[in-house]
Design a protein around this ligand. Sequence first.
Ligand SMILES: [Zn+2]
Length: 326
Amino acid sequence: MKALQFLGDSRYAVSELPTPTIEDDEVLLAARSVGICHSDVDLLQGRYIIPFSFPVIPGHEWSAEVVATGRKVTRFAPGDRVVGECVIGQEHFGFSISGAAAELFVAKEGWLHQLPDDLTWTQGALVEPFSCGYYATVRADNLDASDTAVVLGAGPIGLGVVAAAAARGVRVIVAEPDPTRAALAQSLGAELTLDPTAPDVGEQLDEMTGGRRADVVFEASGKPAAMAAALDLAGFRARLVYIGIDVGGSAPAALGQIQSKELQVRGIIGSPGVWPQTLRFLARSGVDLSPLVTSSYDLASAGEAVEAVLQDRSQVKVHITSSATP
Ligand SMILES: [Zn+2]
């Protein structure tokens, strides 16, 4: 079977590997759609937040069809459409454990969830990134239509925050310098856009909010300067949720605002424990993140998908697809 492998030193290949075998509590899956994420680039280049070793098959944002089940598997049968969680105890699927960018791959039954019938394979592979954005809105304490939220950064996670917040009735303002991504945010429900690089961004927000600024700020850019600016854009008693990742950067910040504006500041990692809730939300809200997928490649051309992510800054989400069945 074909699989995309990261080999070390930023090298990768589409390799021919033996068909994997399953244990009693495992499920053999045929990949249908697999998203490439910024953290896959970190993995390719040898940086990741937990230890791992090359060669590794990436792919933690995926949808797949069940091909075979182990003797002890009770919740799934061949033909089922599924998605799966990627943070499994101390291990990360698609990082420290081989992932889904392969014609066939193995997962434990306990990691899997049924993909609702209404969701396509493409939408299924967007459940993982959306679950992170959705989780940010869950952690924003009683987020509802009374809130004006500023979302800093319209990458895949920020766009998921925009869609989830807008579906909850929130007035969403997106702060994103790239006009294409800002337009995508508007198509997903953002009412207004701000250029966060403008010198008068605070005054612009005052105009949009009658001087109140944001009730909620979601920091989804992972840029230290934006992490600092989130404090400035927050109104009195605002809730701030930090989801963008930065390791080791720094920026000057007016920290006194945490006290003087009575801010609630919270950081979150991933989407622990909210997958069933995320899938119910997606199935009922009609939120459709498939416009995020700016190109897709067959697994045999997965190298082109990696290059598109590395070279083409206009890409938002690149997918690898497969229709293989054993
Ligand atoms: Zn990801």
